[in-house]
Design a binder for this molecule. Structure first.
Ligand code: ZN
Ligand code: ZN
Length: 366
């Protein structure tokens, strides 16, 4: 791929093996997990079935999605490609340690920036690569103002990043201690290199779309592509391996607080309930470690109680700011610890935003 020599591939494989042993959540001294070397994207490959791996993304200032890696008799199928080409390249190098088969297909779960912006790496490596997504995902990808993703959103990010970088520089000047300063400096390096990657991005969009649930018979393996209705976005695609009982969910299920800004909260609850009917041994979720099926019940419970609380307080005319504080405390006992396992997407950091997003969609529709 990309014309690498065998020697380069071997050298990269050695690096990948070293990266593999480093669990980013076990980094020393309680340091913010973002405080890794700025140039180091990293994934941990976790086997979840015979020939099936979860590529679990380490925390980064500019978040990466997880990937699913599915080996078939004649090649690899990879689900999602992260926020940047450098991340996709890193995962590809790690995959080389477990399989040298060519990447035949990429599947994108939804249009958000952190799930598809690395597609070009695989497209450059294989001119006949198929990139599969739902029809709605491709529409959203090409439409202006779809939300936080899509081809036009690349330009939006390029415009907003200099402001973000200036803010980080200002925060570095005001940092109260050396640890905070080091973390912010690392974030600054990551933001600057992300901007460079965005400026050079060659968006690789889906070459094949699906508009209803179907199965791929892929080198001796059944890969079911499932459309279950609207949820995290309009056009969420689920990837289900019936033999291995592995479900890949994208951000429709995550092991942290969800992002609801482009979502359909009430339909999302129904969609998750429908997923619970599947026979599942493990799920590769959009962000966070692989989870058992029971996580669906927990995640649906959170969405259900969040929507219920916003509707209840909204009907009573409670102002949004008061509602945010109220619901934060109301749901904390049941959901704070389960939703705060990682550095990113913690309960207290996200609940206010979640309340506001549901409020905007269900109570005060703008
Ligand atoms: Zn995501
Ligand atoms: Zn998303």
């Amino acid at each position: 791929m990309e014309g690498w020599t065998r020697r380069q591939v071997l050298a990269q494989a050695t690096i990948a093996a070293a990266v593999y042993t480093l669990d980013p959540h076990e980094l020393c001294c309680g340091m913010n997990a973002y405080a890794q070397t700025a140039s180091t994207e990293s994934f941990e490959l976790k086997k979840v079935g015979d020939g099936v791996w979860a590529g679990i993304a380490a925390e980064r200032y500019k978040v990466n999605s997880n990937a699913a890696v599915i080996e078939t008799n004649d090649g690899l199928v990879i689900v999602d490609s992260h926020s940047k080409p450098s991340a996709a390249r890193t995962l590809y190098k790690e995959i080389q340690v477990v399989s040298k088969k060519p990447v035949k297909k990429i599947i994108n779960t939804h249009f958000h920036w952190d799930h598809w912006q690395g597609n070009e790496v695989y497209a450059q490596g294989n001119p006949s690569l198929e990139i599969i997504a739902s029809e709605k995902m491709k529409e959203a990808l090409l439409r202006p103002n779809s939300g936080v993703g899509g081809v036009p959103f690349i330009e939006t990010q390029i415009k907003s990043l200099p402001g973000e970088i200036a803010k980080l520089k200002d925060e570095i000047q005001k940092a109260p201690n050396a640890a905070t300063k080091a973390r912010l400096e690392n974030n600054l390096q990551q933001a600057e290199s992300y901007l460079k990657e965005l400026q050079n991005l060659k968006p690789a969009v889906p070459t094949r779309t699906v508009s209803q649930t179907m199965s791929l018979q892929e080198g001796g393996r059944e890969i079911r592509l499932m459309l279950m209705g609207r949820g995290h976005t309009d056009g969420d695609l689920y990837i289900y391996l019936p033999k291995e009982k592995v479900l890949v969910t994208g951000d429709a299920v995550v092991d942290r607080m969800p992002f609801i800004g482009d979502g359909y909260p009430e339909e999302w609850i129904e969609t998750v309930a429908a997923l619970e009917k599947l026979d599942i041994s493990q799920m590769i979720v959009g962000h966070g470690n692989p989870t058992p099926k029971s996580h669906l019940v927990f995640f649906r419970g959170f969405l259900t109680e969040l929507v219920g609380a916003v509707k209840k307080h909204g009907a009573a005319g409670m102002p949004l700011d008061e509602m945010k504080k109220k619901i934060e405390e109301e749901l904390a006992g049941k959901y704070e610890s389960g939703m705060s396992k990682y550095e990113g997407g913690r309960y207290r950091d996200r609940i206010g935003g979640n309340v506001e997003q549901v409020y905007g969609k269900l109570i005060k529709k703008s």
